[in-house]
Design a protein around this ligand. Sequence first.
Ligand code: HPA
Length: 274
Amino acid sequence: MNQTHKQNVESARNIISGKIGALKPKTAIILGSGLGGLADKMSNAVIIPYQDLPGFPVLTVPGHTGEVIAGKLNGIDVISLKGRQHFYETGDAYPLKTMIRTCAALGVETLFLSNAAGSLQPQIRVGELMAISDHINYMGFNPLVGPNDDDFGPRFVPLSEAWDPELNKKLKAAAKKHGISLHEGVYIAFRGPSFETAAEIRMAQKMGASAVGMSSVPDCIIARHCGLKVVGCSCITNMGEGLSDEKLSHEHTLANAKRAAVNFEKLVMEFLAS
Ligand code: HPA
């Protein structure tokens, strides 16, 4: 039987809450490319493959496993979404909406977004982290296009303080405590899947962006629509095209995300506990 979107969200919520027992996560984390290692650090982990959850994505990109993993990180209940579907895979934001709205239906209040990104500033180097203070949606697409789902949020969503300033402060304090270098800046999302040209990177710099990627912006918009607070961190895997001699590839992104992952994991653990 074909279910409505609301029915998918309710079914997914019921399946997850039936499996996670006493866990009551208030934070959900979407783990970006190459950053799934954080899920291995969870204790009491309950793993639910996306294919068991109606309306969740079917993943196609290597390095993205599709699992909901609930458990404890640093003693705090969390739910992590390991693997997401990028807009460039299908041109459809439906599965991402199901994922994020299911988290909200479970009682989650904060969505932590992470991604692998290219740097647009020479002082933000490969292997380093950047707290996302705001975004530029350069995807030529908004996930809320189409009839509004009134069950989840309003037609017109303000994006003032879309990336929550208080949570951003908390993230910076967590970094300071562990001596982790955490830059801060605007994330610009292109639709992908091709990387940007050098001219596009120069344009993005002029627009005021500090990091570039192909995700997280739709996630942020869907989350704000259904009332979740959003905080986020980019792991810098490369310099934007034209800013260095390195050849960009997905393998390169994954390898360098692993370099940034050590500090990323420390940062998230401290953020959750503080
Ligand atoms: N551009 C777009 N997406 C990315 C990049 C980049 O340079 N690095 C990692 N994801």
